[in-house]
Design a protein. Structure first.
Lengths: 343, 347
């Protein structure tokens, strides 16, 4: 790794903001988990263990010019791009159709459930930006499991051939639901796969937010300077279940989890900032209060956001086809017949 | 009408055309001509796919584009259908208008997850922010002894994907007018080109601006005993069948649906009401095919006008067979004539 350029160096405010974002990410994700347990939200995927990767990568990007394509675990850590990301995330997990609408000017794509399908989108967007000489780069998150999909290889290959300004952020958190990395690849590392694409591959400690930041900043510089794509493998460990529907005690070795908990990225960074004199109990309490307050407000707002059955027909096409118009009318008539008043 | 030998162009009733000037083209030339025009008209239009550049496409549909518009706008991609469509989503998000080519429709299986799972639902799930204004061109169809998976008519599978428009021209003029409309449409369009018609189907094509709206079927042949409903190359088969039926004293109307999504149910309804009998002809296998949908629409909208059950002529439910078998697999003039006769004689 090259050292970050002067403009890439972070000041104290950056560092405390990053820790606040990481604390918030875990809190928001935990709130989402609890909402599911209370029957107020659908299945969702906790961020625990990935906070350093998401926050570190986001800090190296410019929210005014750069784009992020998440998989689905990242949104609670992407508030650097705007608190609206959180509102959309909660809308998403409660099942509101506005949840995957990331409005202007957010340069964040909605969560992607179909693994690795967002990687071709990222390459295409970076390609289009490059062709049109737009400023900025594109960063795409995906996991160790997603790297086994064909889309990863097809997109990596095309990105290498075209030399477009894209950063592949492979979040290796050890598990794809119950499948360990050893069953995902026989390669020495995921970063090694970059070689086949003709792009540099770097492996960083994903529990070290600063390491992720520096790797991403270097990749961003390369991309912005026209030197093409980079693949980063950020190695961390999934500290919670795959989703609210998963029971990891069936397959995660307890000693492995215990070792990973000792390297919890949030704890590590908190200790680091404390040792630098940048963090104390007061700051901790303020960060927690901010997260709690934002989550409370956002969830209240989200749960009060109206939705009508006929919303399902919106935005299929720019102009609905006659068939959709007819089908919409038939639902309205049906709901009226059965006495529904929310149409 | 009579066309046992020649192939003449249908009269276009719904098209908007700037001048009356026209010249004879085959379908392939019309497509190539339209790509040239649309790329010149809008510099956001970008063509991508396998062998579309210097080679001009394996059928020459993209011939000359590379020389005229350069390697930035006419892009030979690696041989990977998934990322051709997947990258098109991102290209569209960046503000470009991608016109990807899938070299043969049968290869779209390798991109089906992007097509059905991503391209078609991008507008829906993002409430219009990342609409995928992509025109996917793909040749398809049998009868020309191509290798396996080059011939399959997959429109039934594709019409069952919400969010996708499915356009299947049957004439050279429509190939131009519908392709131009597709490229300017803000939503994803599958533009399916019949291999057998590429050079065989010829006709007068307006040389200037020529747009054919989606969802407007065209009456290709007038008649009032029975309506033959078809799309793409099967329209040609039906035109020839109508000629034979005429010799038998049966007046057959041929209705070209042009686009399956959106579907012109009004044209189907009024044709059935006027003729009282209908035969729906598709090149695809029978089960789950689009012809079944047309029959269902007739059932919903014009059942009481029918004097006989609606007949279907289709390929069979076996996988597309190899060359020595394909002529008997495909619907042909004799099969259509027989079905029409049975329908007319049923009451």
């Amino acid at each position: 790794m090259t050292a970050p350029a002067a403009s890439d160096r972070l000041d104290d405010d950056d560092l405390t903001e990053m820790l606040t974002e990481m604390i918030g990410a875990r809190f928001f994700s935990n709130r989402a988990f609890n909402l599911q347990r209370q029957g107020r939200a659908g299945t969702n995927a906790p961020i625990d263990g990935n906070e350093g990767v998401v926050v570190g990568a986001a800090r190296a990007l410019d929210p005014a010019t750069d784009w992020v394509l998440p998989q689905y675990r990242e949104p609670p850590g992407l508030l650097r791009f705007g608190e609206e990301v959180l509102r959309r995330y909660f809308l998403y997990i409660v099942g509101h159709p506005a949840g995957s609408h990331m409005p202007e000017p957010l340069r964040v794509w909605p969560p992607q459930i179909s693994l690795a399908t967002q990687i071709p989108h990222a390459v295409g967007q970076a390609w289009g930006m490059h062709v049109q000489q737009q400023e900025g780069v594109v960063l795409v998150f995906f996991g160790d499991g997603a790297s086994s999909e064909g889309d990863f290889y097809e997109a990596g290959n095309l990105a290498g051939v075209l030399g477009v300004p894209v950063i592949f952020m492979c979040v290796n958190n050890g598990w794809a639901i119950s499948t360990p990395v050893s069953r995902q690849t026989a390669a020495g590392s995921f970063a090694d796969k970059a070689r086949a694409f003709g792009m540099p591959g770097v492996r960083v400690d994903g529990t070290d937010v600063m390491a992720v930041y520096e790797a991403t900043a270097a990749a961003r510089r390369r991309a912005a300077d026209g030197e093409g794509p980079t693949m980063i493998e950020a190695v961390t460990y999934r500290l919670g279940p795959h989703t609210t529907a998963d029971d990891p005690t069936r397959y995660v070795p307890p000693d492995e989890l215990e070792a990973a908990l000792a390297r919890d990225p949030v704890v590590r960074f908190r200790e680091e900032l404390r040792s630098r004199g940048l963090w104390d109990d007061d700051r901790e309490e303020r960060a927690a209060a901010w997260a709690r307050d934002l989550a409370d407000r956002t969830v209240a707002e989200v749960e009060a956001t109206p939705v009508a059955p006929t919303d399902m027909f919106d935005h299929v096409f720019a102009e609905p086809t006659p068939a959709l118009v007819e089908q919409r009318e038939s639902l309205v008539e049906h709901l009226a017949r059965v006495g529904r008043s929310d149409v | 009408m009579s066309d046992s030998a020649g192939i003449t162009e249908s009269t276009d009733t719904a098209a908007s055309t700037e001048t009356a000037e026209s010249t004879e083209m085959n379908m392939l030339t019309a497509i190539n001509h339209t790509l040239h025009r649309e790329m010149a008209r809008d510099d956001r239009v970008i063509v991508l796919g396998e062998d579309v550049g210097a080679n001009g496409g394996v059928f020459r549909a993209t011939e000359g584009l590379y020389d005229e518009f350069g390697a930035t706008r006419v892009v030979d991609t690696p041989l990977a259908e998934g990322v051709i469509l997947g990258a098109s989503v991102g290209l569209a998000a960046s503000g470009l208008v991608p016109v990807p080519e899938i070299q043969f429709l049968g290869f779209v299986y390798q991109a089906f997850h992007q097509l059905a799972g991503q391209v078609a639902r991008m507008r829906y799930r993002t409430r219009g922010r990342f609409h995928a204004g992509i025109t996917i061109r793909a040749p398809f169809g049998g009868g020309i002894r191509t290798p396996e998976l080059h011939s399959d008519a997959l429109e039934g599978q594709l019409c069952n994907i919400p969010g996708l428009k499915v356009v299947m021209p049957a004439s050279a003029a429509d190939a131009k007018g519908l392709l131009a409309t597709a490229i300017r449409d803000p939503d994803p369009v599958l533009f399916l080109e019949p291999l057998r018609g590429y050079r065989l189907i010829k006709g007068q094509v307006p040389t200037g601006e020529h747009l054919v709206p989606f969802g407007r079927a065209a009456t290709v042949t007038e008649g009032d005993d029975v309506v033959l409903v078809a799309w793409s190359y099967m329209v040609e088969v039906c035109r020839r069948a109508a000629g034979k039926l005429s010799d038998l004293g049966i007046s057959a109307r041929v209705l070209d649906l042009r686009t399956l999504v959106p579907l012109d149910t009004e044209a189907i309804t009024s044709a059935v009401e006027e003729c009282g009998r209908a035969v729906v002809v598709q090149e695809a296998p029978r089960t789950g095919g689009f012809a079944s949908d047309v029959v269902a629409e007739i059932n919903d909208r014009a059942l009481w006008s029918l004097e006989a059950p609606v007949a279907r002529v289709s390929a069979y439910d076996n996988p597309y067979p190899v060359g020595l078998l394909e002529d008997d697999y495909l619907p042909d003039v004799d099969k259509v004539v027989e079905a029409a006769r049975r329908t007319v004689e049923a009451s």
